[in-house]
Design a protein around this ligand. Structure first.
Ligand SMILES: C[S@@+](CC[C@H](N)C(=O)[O-])C[C@H]1O[C@@H](n2cnc3c(N)ncnc32)[C@H](O)[C@@H]1O
Length: 293
């Protein structure tokens, strides 16, 4: 990654106080890093991982495919040639496993670079998917009532204005044929807003010339909006002193509770809304909403 927009990068030892994202992340206090757009956040994190360790993203991808094959089949059943629109496909996390399971897949995302990665991966996996760059707030412009399922994972809370969330959910409803179903997966903000976690340890990874410790932090702006902050602490063995480099990426999310999501779904016209059993509140929650026949 040549440059990473809006990202602080500083040489320091964690805990020695040269750069402390946590102190900066308190709402109302001084912040020494920038809140990125969701688009710049995803691009920045992906670029960082690719720069620090090219195999990192690929390993995550392999693990995700294995999980999704199991999980999506459990929720959506056998494909039997049915059609699905993934309206926030990213680099293909659900779209490609669905195609491998035999679904007729169309996949959309707002970020062109993600669609390029998804196209490359689909080719590698030898599956056929129709990709389209599209903002899920404007699905009605591209997709009419024809799909058996619409899927959106880990994305709806990237839309921070309620009327736009409602617009996106209406677009999902509109893309479904009568009797079609919508599957949405999101972080559990009922739990997050209840517990208000700070500095969750996510992973420690050996990378070329050192290691990276990845933390996730949250800053609570209001009852409805939070900043999600990824902190990467990298130890670079090539450096003799102050071998630590901190990179911070942050973006704003709508702290969308389940009851609010249900309201948006019913407001769009969905007749039945079912929240699936969750293994733990730290896991994303899943909801299936059905359009009347
Ligand atoms: C956390 S990623 C999830 C990607 C994929 N669904 C997965 O779980 O692997 C969120 C995705 O939502 C996309 N996204 C955010 N806002 C969007 C919008 N308004 N329209 C379409 N895609 C959007 C982002 O570009 C990103 O690819």
């Amino acid at each position: 990654m040549g440059s990473h927009r809006g990202v602080e990068s500083a040489d320091q030892v964690p805990g020695k106080g040269a750069h402390q994202p946590q102190s900066g992340s308190d709402c109302g206090g001084e912040r020494d890093w920038q809140v990125l757009s969701a688009q710049d956040f995803y691009t920045g994190v992906a670029d960082y991982m690719r720069r620090v360790d090219p195999s990192w993203d690929e390993e995550n991808w392999r693990a995700q495919v294995a999980d999704e094959l199991r999980g999506l089949r459990a929720v959506m059943g056998e494909a039997n040639g049915r059609s699905v629109l993934d309206c926030s496909c990213g680099s293909g996390g659900q779209a490609i496993p669905l195609a491998k399971l035999g679904w007729q897949v169309k996949a959309a995302d707002i970020i062109a670079a993600y669609l390029d990665i998804a196209r490359r991966r689909a080719k590698q996996e030898d599956v056929s998917i129709v990709f389209r760059r599209c903002d899920m707030r404007h699905l009605d412009r591209y997709f009419q009532a024809s799909f058996d399922w619409v899927v959106s994972c880990m994305a709806l809370d990237n839309i921070t204005a309620d009327e736009q969330i409602q617009q996106a959910v209406k677009g999902m409803f509109g893309a479904l044929r009568p009797g079609g179903r919508c599957y949405i997966r999101l972080r559990d903000f009922d739990h997050i807003m209840d517990v208000k976690p700070r500095y969750d340890f996510k992973e420690e990874r050996a990378v070329p010339q050192g290691r990276v410790i990845r933390l996730e932090d949250w800053a609570y702006e209001s009852d409805t909006h939070v900043l999600n902050i990824y902190v990467f602490l990298r130890e670079d063995e090539r450096k003799t002193d102050w071998p630590w480099v901190t990179d911070v990426f942050s973006y704003r999310r709508r702290a969308l509770r389940k009851a609010e999501l249900e309201q948006f779904l019913r407001g769009a016209g969905f007749q039945e809304v079912e929240f699936l059993p969750q293994p733990s509140p730290w896991h994303p929650h899943e909801v299936v909403a059905s359009k009347a026949t």
